[in-house]
Design a protein around this ligand. Structure first.
Ligand code: NZQ
Ligand code: ZN
Length: 390
């Protein structure tokens, strides 16, 4: 196990009716004037926005709104949010939604006190020194932004989808009511399940030795998600299945299972390029990339893939070579993603084989991954595995 620091300071308020407590939570963390940030309208239709506003009113918290955040959130709304906060002396960000609303709020929170273009922070030209506090109300188990130190924004000019990790990005609180996820379209739930599994697997495939504890934690999470997802997909009111997914999505990405080990993240970086170019949903981009990445790298450590296949996917090793077991695990995972309604190929995700060189060349810093280090030629090969046009 490698040396590490781990700080997960977020207060998680989990369960039925917890959205009624938002106003007092904002107060508890020092907010008096909040900007509510939300997406394309699901929180309006469900009545959640009105419930949150009532809770803020009851707690005497002044509030304004910024709606219209799109999946794969863009920089334009971040600039808008920074302007609103500055002009109205707002002191707290309150996203309601999923990764897109929360990440937008995190970027606004960074940008308000920063004397320059917030994009400097996402391109590492400058470092986050301070940020407004934020707390969130989660409506989709997926990105894990409710407990993570990350935010991912697409700069409209140049179509650059880039992430920034800083401890300022950990929410002060996260309200997590599984019932709020009952209204999710099945496709979005499928994307969310794929994403949380990907967060665990980015950490699981490592070159660090003697990490059995976090291996076992990761496997337990993956098995729990694998079992809960079909139940949640089949019954939109299955509270326990939705509750399992909601908490699993947080644990998948607050780094509980990633501490003390080198992590990979190539599939995410390649997936971000697909999302930036075709606006493919984040989870769908991972369903396209991860199986192809695995097929490309499994020989690097077949034993680890055998462990993954047998412990997570229940592959029966009897009569099979290690390589056959590893491949069977990858196929089982891909079949599971398909059962969630995810795309299997680049083309099904809206992509084109002719774009593969450009997609590979655009990956940040021209390299990706740690389990196996990848450069544009290798990334191209992975994208060809993911493509229908071989
Ligand atoms: O916009 P609305 O109308 O709210 O609809 C959303 C959106 O269309 C809908 N939705 C969410 N909750 C709903 C609902 N519809 C009905 N009922 C509900 N309860 O779902 C759609 C997707 O929402 P979004 O916020 O985009 O989903 P997700 O949480 O998957 O976030 C994806 C974004 O997060 C980034 C991704 O790259 C992507 O941009 N990520 C953020 C991370 C982080 N901050 O730590 C890590 C991840 O790896 C990821 O990169
Ligand atoms: Zn992700």
């Amino acid at each position: 196990m490698l040396n590490f620091e781990f700080c997960s300071p977020t207060k998680f308020v989990f369960g039925r009716d917890t959205q009624q407590r938002v106003g007092s939570l904002v107060r508890e963390f020092g907010g008096t004037r909040a900007l509510i940030v939300y997406g394309g309208g699901s929180v309006v239709r469900s009545g959640l926005l009105d419930q949150v506003k009532a809770s803020l009113d009851a707690a005497g918290v002044y509030h304004m709104e910024l709606g219209g955040v799109k999946p794969n959130p863009r920089s334009d709304l971040v600039y808008e949010g920074i302007r609103i906060c500055r002009e109205n002396q707002l002191d707290f960000l309150l996203p309601i939604g999923g990764g897109s609303a929360i990440d937008t709020a995190k970027a606004i929170a960074d940008g308000v006190p920063y004397d320059g273009d917030f994009w400097d922070l996402y391109t590492r030209k400058a470092e986050v020194k301070t940020a407004l506090p934020h707390g969130c109300v989660l409506t989709i188990p997926a990105a894990g932004s409710e407990g993570s130190n990350s935010s991912v924004i697409t700069k409209i000019e140049g179509n650059l989808k880039r992430g920034l990790s800083t401890e300022f990005h950990r929410p002060r609180f996260a309200v997590m009511n599984p019932e709020l996820t009952f209204t999710l379209p099945r496709y979005q739930l499928g994307c969310g399940v794929t994403d949380m599994m990907a967060h665990i697997m980015e950490r699981y495939f490592t070159n660090t030795k003697d990490v059995d504890l976090t291996d076992r934690l990761a496997e337990a999470l993956l098995v729990s998600i694998r079992e809960a997802a079909p139940r949640a997909m089949a019954d939109t009111t299955d509270y326990e299945a939705h509750a399992t997914l909601m908490w699993a999505g947080m644990l998948a990405h607050n780094n509980s299972v990633g501490v003390g080990r080198e992590q990979d993240w190539a599939s995410h970086q390649i997936g971000h390029e697909i999302s930036a170019k075709y606006d493919t949903a984040h989870g769908a981009s991972l369903a396209i990339v991860f199986p192809a990445w695995m097929q490309y790298v499994y020989k690097h450590d077949v034993k680890r893939f055998v462990q993954f296949a047998t412990r997570v996917w229940g592959v029966d090793p009897a009569g099979k070579t290690d390589e056959e077991i590893a491949i069977a695990g990858i196929h089982a995972m891909q079949a599971f993603f398909l059962s969630l309604g995810m795309p299997a190929t680049l083309e099904q995700g809206g992509g084109k084989a002719e774009d593969i060189p450009a997609l590979a060349a655009n990956v940040v810093n021209g390299r990706s991954g740690n389990f196996v280090k990848l450069f544009p030629p290798q990334i191209e090969e992975i994208l060809h595995i993911a493509s229908e046009a071989k």
